[in-house]
Design a protein around this ligand. Structure first.
Ligand code: BES
Ligand code: MN
Ligand code: ZN
Length: 503
C-alpha cells in the first residue's frame, strides 16, 4: 500500500471511496461534511439526528452515494471529542478506516488531511500520522501461511487530495517520513513475530548486514572467537548452553563526522529464544520467549529508518544476540562470569540472562566514548506486573535526556513511564562471591535489574527501556496488531532525528 498527494476537490474525485472525518462536537462543521450532506439530500444530518452518526472515536460509517457525488462511497471516520484529539487518535482512526477499506475490497481510496485544533500540531504531522496508522494497521504476519499476503495486496493506494496546491510538497514529505517510520516498525514486528528457528543470532546478523548494505551504513559482526578475545564473558556465559553461534552486531551511521562527540548509542537485548537456561521456565507461555529479541529488533529497525532519514548525528547500534538454552554445556546457577568491563557477576539465576548480555554491550559502549546511550530490552516479567502492556518502563541517570525522550513520545504515541532508582534497592544485588549478582530477588524486579545495568554504564547519559510488556500485544486495537508492536522503534527514530536537528 502506498500514499500519494494530489491537488483537487475531494468530493469530485472519480473514486471507489473517499474518507472524511467528523468529531463529536458539531458534525456538519467538519471539512466537506456540510457540502457532502447537501449533495446527499441531507442523509448525514438525518443520520446524525437519529443517533446513527455520532462522531465517536472509532465510529466508521459507510455511505453509498448512488450517483449524488462522483465518489462511489463515502466513509466517515469519527475522531471523538476535540478536547481528546491527539496524533495517536488520528493514527488509530487511520488504521481502522484502512482496514475497513481493505475488507470491502477497495483498491484506491481518496482522503484529506483533516484540520485539527491541537496544540502546536501541524498539518504535516497529521499527514505523517495518517500514513503511519494505515500502514501499521494493515500489517499482518503471513510468512508461514499458504495464503501469503492474500488480503494485504487489495488496498493499493490512499491519495491525499488537497485544494490549495502549495501544500503538496509538504504532504509528499510527510508521506515519505511516515512510510519510513512504518516500514521500520514493520521490520521490527516481523523480526519479533518470526519463530526462533527463523530468527537465530546468525539470521539477525544477516538482516543487519542487508540493512547496512542497502542504506550505506557500516557493519561489524563479532563471532564467538572475537567475543573470547574481547572477553565478553556475559554474552559468552549465556551462549554456553546453545549450539547457535552468538553474535555481537554493530551498525554505525555517521551523520555528523566532523563532530564525533555528537553521538548516541542504541543497544538491544537479542535473546532469540529464552528458555531460562538451567533455571528453566515452565512450559506455559514459553513460546512467547521467541520475542525476547524485541529490543534488538527495535534497535536494528531504527537504524534502517536513520539510514534513510539521515539526521545530523552519529549513531551506533549494538546488539548482543544469543539463545538462552539448558544443556550439558550451559552455565549453572552460582557460576561466576567476568564481563567485558572486568567486573565479575555471580549467575544467581540463569533466567536473568538479559542483563548479562547487556552488561557486555553497555561496557563496550562506555569504552567507545559515547555520550548518550539507550538500551532496549524485554528485561523483566516484573515490569509487566507494574505497568502492564500500556507503558514501557524507563530508567535513567539523566533527567534532561529523559525529557527529550518524553517529547518524542508525545509525537509518536508510544508511552513511557519513568521508574524510580533509589540506591536503597542496590543492596538486593549484593553477591557474597562476586562484584554483583544477576538477580535481586522478587521485590522490585525491574528496578534491581536496572541497577544491575547501571553498574556497567560509565560516564554516559543513559536510558534503559524495559519493553517486556509493550513489545507484544494480545489484541487488535487501532494500529496495534495482535503480536509484535514494533515498540519503541518510532520513538527512538524521532528522538535521534530531533537530537540531530538540535545540534
Ligand atoms: N525475558 C525475560 C523477561 C520477560 C518475561 C519478557 C515475560 C517478556 C515476558 C527475562 O529474561 C527473565 O526471564 N527475567 C526474569 C528475571 C528473574 C529471574 C530475576 C523474570 O522477570 O522473571
Ligand atoms: Mn530470562
Ligand atoms: Zn529474557
Amino acid at each position: 500500500m502506498k500514499f500519494r498527494a494530489i491537488q483537487g476537490e475531494i468530493l469530485s474525485q472519480e473514486s471507489e471511496a473517499i474518507v472524511l472525518y467528523i468529531g463529536e462536537d458539531d458534525i456538519l462543521s467538519h471539512e466537506f461534511i456540510y457540502e457532502a450532506n447537501n449533495n446527499l439530500e441531507n442523509c448525514l444530518s438525518d443520520m446524525a439526528s437519529q443517533g446513527q452518526l455520532t462522531g465517536k472515536k472509532g465510529e466508521l460509517t459507510l455511505i453509498h452515494t448512488l450517483g449524488h457525488i462522483n465518489p462511489k462511497r463515502l466513509l466517515i471516520v469519527g475522531l471523538g471529542k476535540e478536547s481528546d484529539l491527539s496524533l495517536d487518535v488520528i493514527r488509530n482512526a487511520s488504521a481502522q478506516f484502512a482496514r475497513r477499506l481493505r475488507s470491502i475490497g477497495i483498491q484506491r481510496a481518496h482522503t484529506i488531511v483533516p484540520q485539527a485544533n491541537m496544540n502546536q500540531i501541524q498539518p504535516s504531522q497529521i499527514a505523517v500520522a495518517i500514513t503511519e496508522g494505515a500502514l501499521l494497521g494493515l500489517y499482518n504476519f503471513r510468512k508461514h501461511t499458504g495464503k501469503a499476503d492474500a488480503d494485504r495486496s487489495k488496498l493499493d493506494e490512499i491519495v491525499f487530495v488537497d485544494k490549495p496546491s502549495d501544500r503538496l510538497e509538504t504532504f509528499s514529505e510527510s508521506i515519505r517520513i511516515g512510510t519510513i517510520n512504518a516500514e521500520a516498525t514493520i521490520l521490527a514486528r516481523d523480526m519479533v513475530n518470526q519463530p526462533a528457528n527463523f530468527m537465530t543470532p546468525s539470521i539477525m546478523a544477516q538482516i543487519a548486514s542487508d540493512i547496512a548494505k542497502s542504506n550505506t551504513l557500516d557493519l561489524e559482526i563479532f563471532s564467538s572467537s572475537d567475543l573470547s578475545k574481547l572477553k565478553m564473558g556475559g554474552l559468552l556465559g549465556v551462549a554456553k548452553g546453545t549450539l547457535e553461534p552468538p553474535k555481537f552486531i554493530i551498525i554505525k551511521y555517521s551523520g555528523d563526522p566532523d563532530n564525533p562527540s555528537n553521538n548516541i548509542g542504541i543497544l538491544g537485548k537479542g535473546i532469540t529464544f529464552d528458555t531460562g537456561g538451567i533455571s528453566l521456565k515452565s512450559a506455559a507461555g514459553m513460546v512467547e520467549m521467541k520475542g525476547d529479541m524485541a529490543g534488538a529488533a527495535a534497535a536494528i529497525a531504527s537504524m534502517q529508518a536513520i539510514g534513510k532519514l539521515r539526521p545530523k548525528i552519529n549513531v551506533i547500534c549494538m546488539v548482543a544476540a544469543t539463545e538462552n538454552m539448558p544443556s550439558g554445556s550451559a552455565q549453572k546457577p552460582g557460576d561466576v562470569l567476568t564481563t567485558f568491563s572486568g567486573k565479575t557477576v555471580e549467575v544467581d539465576n540463569t533466567d536473568a540472562e538479559g542483563r548479562l548480555v547487556l552488561a557486555d554491550a553497555l561496557g563496550y559502549a562506555s569504552q567507545l566514548g559515547l555520550n548518550r546511550v539507550i538500551d532496549i530490552a524485554t528485561l523483566t516479567g516484573a515490569i509487566i506486573t507494574s505497568l502492564g502492556d500500556v507503558y514501557t518502563g524507563g530508567f535513567t541517570n539523566d533527567q534532561e535526556f529523559w525529557s527529550q525522550l518524553m517529547e518524542s513520545s508525545v509525537r509518536t504515541g508510544e508511552k513511557f513511564w519513568l521508574m524510580p532508582m533509589h540506591e536503597d534497592y542496590k543492596r538486593q544485588n549484593i553477591s557474597d562471591v562476586a562484584d554483583i549478582k544477576n538477580s535481586g530477588g522478587r521485590k522490585a524486579g525491574s528496578i534491581t535489574a536496572a541497577h544491575f545495568l547501571a553498574e556497567f554504564v560509565e560516564d554516559m547519559k543513559w536510558i534503559h527501556l524495559d519493553i517486556a510488556g509493550t513489545s507484544t500485544s494480545d489484541r487488535l486495537t487501532g494500529y496495534t496488531i495482535k503480536g509484535a508492536t514494533g515498540c519503541p522503534t518510532r520513538t527512538i527514530v524521532h528522538l535521534i532525528c530531533s537530537l540531530g536537528n538540535d545540534s
